[in-house]
Ligand binder design. Structure first.
Ligand code: GLN
Length: 188
């Protein structure tokens, strides 16, 4: 099984490392090209800077191929900037993939200095949640399941084959959210 990490910008190495730690039979693949995308069973869009990521996705002609794979059922997981790119609406900006029925507000938890770590329940698992200039999910559509909350607000959501977290599981040594995501492939 091949799990891809979009490798244009952001926390790529951290995701690759945690995927490798889940199971020796799982390959962690950097995805920069259409051919690399075709070789993966699931894709992670890492945290980083969504403005930069969307520009690079356009430049590398990856918008349509990624979107088509997800519409066809490939699991995708966006962390932080990745969540922003998946959302149907971004406050004050044009949305990008529109694959997840939520609204988001960028940098709504404050500036870099306001980044923080907290603990909470993610789908029945108690995990550390690292927030780095994270977006807030300000609306959740009817078909979207909330998997984690922070101070009563959704911070991890899932809609069919689309998973998104406002926080960064790749910034911890805990691979359970990666395991959860890989489990979404088996369900398909
Ligand atoms: N602040 C970034 C953005 O708006 C996201 C931060 C992150 O991915 N850690 O794109």
């Amino acid at each position: 099984m091949n799990i891809g990490v979009l490798a244009l910008q952001g926390s790529v190495a951290e995701h690759l490392k945690l995927i490798k730690s889940v199971n020796k039979k799982i390959n962690a693949v950097s995805v920069k090209t259409i051919d690399e995308l075709a070789s993966v069973d699931a894709l992670i869009i890492p945290g980083g800077e969504s403005t930069t990521l969307r520009r690079l996705l356009d430049e590398f002609d990856l918008f349509t191929p990624i979107r088509e794979r997800v519409v066809a059922g490939m699991p995708i997981w966006g962390t932080c900037a990745g969540l922003i790119l998946l959302a149907n609406r971004i406050e004050g900006e044009t949305p990008y993939f529109k694959l997840l029925d939520v609204d988001v507000k960028r940098n709504a938890y404050g500036r870099q200095i306001d980044s923080f770590v907290t603990e909470g329940d993610f789908a029945g698992m108690y995990i550390n949640m690292v927030f780095i200039r994270a977006p807030k999910i300000t609306r959740v559509g009817e078909d979207v399941e909330v998997l984690a909350e922070c101070d009563g607000e959704p911070v991890a959501v899932c809609q069919n084959n689309v998973l998104a977290t406002a926080f960064h599981p790749e910034m911890t040594r805990d691979n359970r959210v990666h395991k959860y995501f890989i489990g979404m492939i088996d369900e398909k």
